[in-house]
Design a protein around this ligand. Structure first.
Ligand code: SF4
Length: 81
């Protein structure tokens, strides 16, 4: 998907075109209303995985089991030498 060309339209217009990513409108209702993981521990799954699996960015993340949290990244350990 494309939201604009930064070179031709500028960063501000391209950023504004991506408003759907910032309003929460793409987050499934089950995440927002029924899941205890949202929003602190999970942001609602991956919208692109939903697009690939469901044909819609507003659908469920296919890797979420709805009853268990999706895989989370472990904290990155910093190694000091
Ligand atoms: S764990 Fe699953 S149901 Fe809960 S917010 Fe994340 S993707 Fe949504």
């Amino acid at each position: 998907m494309s939201y604009g060309n930064v070179t031709h339209e500028g960063l501000g217009k391209s950023w504004n075109n991506m408003i759907e990513w910032r309003t929460g409108s793409l987050i499934p209702k089950i995440c927002q209303q029924d899941c205890g993981e949202y929003p602190a521990k999970c942001g609602g799954g991956c919208r692109i995985e939903s697009l690939n699996a469901n044909g819609s960015m507003g659908g469920n993340d296919p890797y979420c089991l709805q009853t268990k949290p999706v895989a989370r990244r472990r904290g990155i350990k910093q190694i000091f030498i």
